[in-house]
Design a protein around this ligand. Structure first.
Ligand SMILES: Cc1ncc(COP(=O)(O)O)c(C=O)c1O
Length: 450
């Protein structure tokens, strides 16, 4: 960190200018002239450098990063072991294209991924560069294997923005508007969003209607089960609002898929790589997915994705699918260091600090009438902002005000869904940093509750 910041605690925020500072303002002005306006920036933070869970802007203001670059820098910013692995690989070779040539770390990391995605069946790995590519590969592979052309996905789900993945995405209409026609044959059904059950059920009356709708209604009317190649599901819905389904949702979903020869694809792009306190979120629910899509946290910020499938489903012929950059050796080196750190230290830290945070946050609905629900697993935590706890009327403007007020206090958080604040910090977050972030949010929530 630069020596501009003067507070004694290097692991906590310190603001030295009004926000945004002059250098940040200048960068943002230039950005507005040349960078795609399709990006959604919540506040004017311009990074200069990062270390662990801390980031510093170009004006020397120090922030606590409770986003991790949208759940990407799993090991924190610039973890020395990850940086060393990148440097060592960069000195050997930067690229050779695994599509046409061989290199060992691509094989070694595939062996590792196949092992950690298990247990049980042998698995194979396809490499891409982004989450959306991991999903495209899963889409194509499931069509190729089953000879079926249709898909089921969930409302609120986010799977990416290339045309195939976008067809599965059911998150925000702005993401789809203007881009039709999309891939045909995708049916979206309500997710197990129990706080706002689409079927009006409570925990005691729930009969997993959100899955039963497939066999009881859809397969009998508009969607022949024999034409469905795959069901795409996020084990914890991310962009939709950090929604954690009950275990019986997955028990039913897995059973339905099996009964009809439909592949179950878990999109672990946001929830994977240790974020929930287990390597993959599906491991909380006893799910045995046929295909897993992984990206974001896999390489601590280097672009990489992986589609890990049971070997019997990844049987396509040479030339059927590939990517020039997929499995880039420098990204793979970063990924191997990332997985080692997650397994050795970060899973335990994530489970411990995440449980500590959730216990404190669970008091919030009692303390703050605008907090409707607190939910999450590990360090994938969210709280939903409502106008009224009884009516559950969503309060998106209040949510946005909280995100902005946090930035003004040196805390970087983001929204998810229509009215949820998400916390997805680097998995190196300390208890002190966690407590600082919660105290700051409590101050803001208290102020808004008045
Ligand atoms: C669950 C999920 N799937 C897929 C994607 C797409 O990933 P990418 O932006 O790397 O294409 C995202 C991105 O937020 C995601 O959260």
């Amino acid at each position: 960190m630069s020596n501009i910041s003067t507070s004694a605690r290097q692991d906590l925020p310190n603001l030295v200018t009004a926000l945004p500072g002059p250098k940040s303002k200048a960068v943002i002005e230039r950005d507005a002239a040349v960078v795609s306006p399709s990006y959604t920036r919540s506040y004017p933070f311009v990074i200069e450098r990062g270390e662990g869970a801390m980031v510093e802007d170009v004006d020397g203001n120090r922030f606590l990063d409770m986003n991790a670059g949208i759940a990407v820098v799993a090991t924190g910013h610039c973890h020395p072991q990850v940086v060393a692995a990148i440097r060592a690989q960069a000195e050997k070779f930067l690229h050779m294209s695994g599509t046409d040539f061989y290199y060992e770390n691509m094989v070694e990391f595939a062996e590792k991924l196949a092992a950690i995605a298990g247990p049980g069946d042998a698995r194979r790995v396809y490499y891409g560069n982004s989450g959306t590519e991991a999903i495209e590969a899963a889409l194509k592979m499931s069509r190729y294997h089953t000879g079926r052309d249709k898909f089921v996905a969930f409302l609120g789900g986010f799977h990416g923005r290339t045309m195939g993945a976008l067809s599965l995405t059911g998150s925000k209409s702005v993401q789809k508007q203007g881009f039709s026609p999309l891939l045909g044959g995708v049916t979206h059904i309500p997710y197990a969003y129990c706080y706002r059950c689409a079927y009006g059920k409570q925990a005691e009356t729930c009969n997993v209607e959100c899955v039963k709708v497939l066999e009881e209604t859809l397969f009998k009317t508009i969607l022949p089960a024999k034409e469905v190649a795959a069901i795409f599901v996020e084990p914890v819905q991310g962009e939709g609002g950090y929604i954690v389904p009950p275990r019986k949702f997955f028990d039913e979903l897995q059973a339905v898929a099996k009964r009809h020869g439909i592949l179950l694809v878990c999109d672990e792009v946001q929830s994977g790589m240790g974020r929930t306190g287990k390597m993959f979120a599906y491991q909380h629910f006893g799910v045995d997915p046929d295909i897993v899509a992984i990206a974001k946290g896999i390489a601590s910020g280097m672009p990489l994705s992986a589609t890990v499938a049971k070997a019997r489903y990844m049987q396509w012929t040479p030339g059927a699918h590939a990517s020039t950059f997929g499995g880039n050796p420098v990204s793979v080196a970063a990924a191997m260091a990332t997985v080692e750190l997650i397994e050795k230290e970060l899973l335990a830290n994530t489970a411990e600090v995440g449980a500590h945070m959730k216990a404190r946050m669970q008091e919030w609905p009692r303390r703050f009438p605008i907090v409707g629900e607190v939910r999450g697993l590990g360090l994938m935590l969210g709280f939903e902002i409502v106008r009224d706890q009884q009516t559950k009327e969503r309060a998106p403007e209040l949510r946005d005000a909280i995100v902005d007020a946090a930035y003004q206090r040196g805390l970087l958080v983001l929204g998810a869904g229509q009215n949820t604040v998400r916390l997805s910090p680097p998995l190196v977050l300390s208890k002190d940093q966690a407590d600082f972030s919660l105290s700051t949010l409590e101050e803001i929530l208290g102020g808004l509750t008045g």
